[in-house]
Design a protein around this ligand. Structure first.
Ligand SMILES: [Zn+2]
Length: 253
């Protein structure tokens, strides 16, 4: 049975997500960027919250846990690092499974942006909630992990089916697109960025994306092909990735 995803913008550039298992009506929110926005979305849909699924500990992802849990009685599930800012009812790590009614989420370890970052993947419906690991044409900054760790995490996501819907936690796509064009002149990328700029001009979201689209156009996943452009020719793939990440960190586009 399908999983219904309700996506809504909150804070300055975050997305909130409610995921509802159609068979049972069980509902989860992925992260808690903005408690008021999540509670408003629940009431607008007439849904009752059962689970909070955290991807990592950052305040714009777990900062609303206590308020949302207090208002709904939802159980908080996440990686151990979330206890830095919030209580957890269940600690999960890569390889674990989380049931939402009849929907089974696989927990994928995606450290790098933070050390304990995880993603949630519904293998039956090809839906992934990836937090701040993979963005449309981008990836998370390396606040805690190494380039090698993040590259390994991104490869785990790249191994998911091409038609996997990827729900990223921020609308960073136009800025990511400007950077991508500075390091990659691939025609598929150019066509995609034209579409992105038009979508953003119309105020439309560019999330979700898909694994297939990201593998074809995301400069971070394409890093080994761009190694020469970023001064990492002949270096291992994770070093090429690290060089693309540094170039983005210093990009003034
Ligand atoms: Zn973050």
């Amino acid at each position: 049975m399908p999983l219904t995803v309700h996506q809504f913008p909150c804070l300055s550039d975050n997305y909130g997500f409610l995921a509802r298992d159609a068979a049972t009506g069980k509902t989860a929110c992925i992260d808690t960027p903005d408690a008021a926005a999540i509670l408003a979305a629940l009431s607008q849909k007439g849904w009752t919250l059962d689970l909070i699924l955290n991807t990592h500990w950052h305040p714009d992802h777990a900062g609303g846990n206590a308020e949302v849990a207090a208002a709904t009685g939802a159980m908080i599930v996440g990686p151990a690092e979330v206890t830095r800012i919030s209580a957890l009812d269940r600690e999960v790590r890569g390889g674990d499974e989380v049931m939402l009614g009849e929907t089974r989420f696989q927990v994928i370890e995606t450290g790098g942006h933070t050390l304990g970052h995880i993603a949630y993947f519904d293998a039956a419906e090809h839906i992934a909630f990836v937090g701040d690991t993979l963005f449309a044409l981008g990836c998370g900054r390396l606040f805690e992990g190494t380039a090698e760790q993040m590259w390994t995490s991104l490869q785990r996501l790249a191994a998911l089916p091409d038609d996997t819907a990827v729900y990223c936690a921020h609308e960073y796509t136009a800025s990511n697109a400007r950077f991508a064009l500075s390091v990659d002149d691939d025609p598929t990328l150019k066509a995609r960025t034209d579409q992105i700029f038009a979508q953003r001009q119309r105020g439309e979201p560019t999330v979700p994306t898909t694994i297939g689209l990201e593998k074809a156009t995301n400069p971070f996943l394409r890093a080994p092909k761009l190694a020469q452009r970023v001064g990492a020719a002949g270096q291992p793939d994770h070093a090429a990735f690290g060089a693309v990440r540094s170039a983005k960190d210093n990009f003034k586009g």
